[in-house]
Design a protein around this ligand. Structure first.
Ligand SMILES: Nc1ncnc2c1ncn2[C@@H]1O[C@H](COP(=O)(O)OP(=O)(O)OP(=O)(O)O)[C@@H](O)[C@H]1O
Ligand SMILES: [Mg+2]
Length: 197
């Protein structure tokens, strides 16, 4: 069944597929029978009330949560198998303002993968980080400690960290909420010009 869906997904150019997904936290139902299909190259915005289940939906797509019923596939595979293709900026991130790490180092952590945790950074890693910082307009602040940034600057840094992964799928959970309109425009234009999927 999985192999059949794999080849079907590839043939269809399908990036994400939710098949009759149900989810509850304990006894509390959050998502009921959600099915959707997102093609490569598509942009999808999810709008809904506070507590409506938007962040939960993204966490299911990332494999951070498991559906109570139904299935989630990313490029025809499980979300766990596809995690290296996904970039994610969570809705709420809290930094320890005293943690001694600067913008550049945070962005570079996006280039680490589970299989290459201890390798030195390559020239490509550094070039990707520079490009991502330019995209979000944070080049001038690259040496600034993360604890000395405004909320919007922190958010731009996290978007840059997601971009350096060269993700096939970029999941932003209200990531632009704290970013001013010019920053939003830059990130959206960049994503579109790269044909992000
Ligand atoms: N870890 C959790 N444990 C129990 N209930 C949770 C948990 N996380 C979220 N919920 C509940 O699940 C529901 C959906 O939450 P979710 O965060 O997905 O909503 P949202 O649409 O992202 O809301 P917002 O617009 O405020 O970001 C809410 O009723 C929330 O209280
Ligand atoms: Mg949310």
């Amino acid at each position: 069944m999985r192999n059949h869906r794999n080849s079907e997904a590839r043939a269809n150019g399908e990036a994400l597929h939710l098949d009759h997904v149900w989810f509850n936290y304990g006894e509390t139902p959050v998502l009921e029978d959600v099915s959707l299909s997102i093609q490569k190259g598509d942009f999808l915005g999810v709008i809904g009330p506070n507590g409506g289940g938007k962040s939960t939906l993204l966490k299911l797509m990332l494999g951070l949560l498991q559906p109570s019923r139904g299935g989630v596939e990313v490029c025809g595979q499980s979300p766990e198998q596809s995690s290296q293709f996904m970039g994610y900026v969570p809705q709420h991130t809290t930094f320890d303002r005293h943690f001694p790490i600067n913008v550049w180092d945070v962005v570079m952590t996006g280039r680490l993968s589970r299989s290459h945790l201890l390798r030195p950074y390559s020239g490509t890693d550094k070039a990707k980080a520079k490009e991502a910082l330019a995209t979000v307009g944070m080049e001038a602040l690259s040496r600034r400690p993360i604890g000395e940034l405004s909320g919007g600057q922190q958010q731009r840094t996290l978007i840059a960290r997601a971009l350096v992964r060269d993700p096939s799928i970029l999941l932003l959970d209200e990531a632009m909420a704290a970013v001013d309109p010019s920053g939003q425009e830059r990130c959206t234009c960049y994503s579109m010009s790269c044909g992000r999927e």
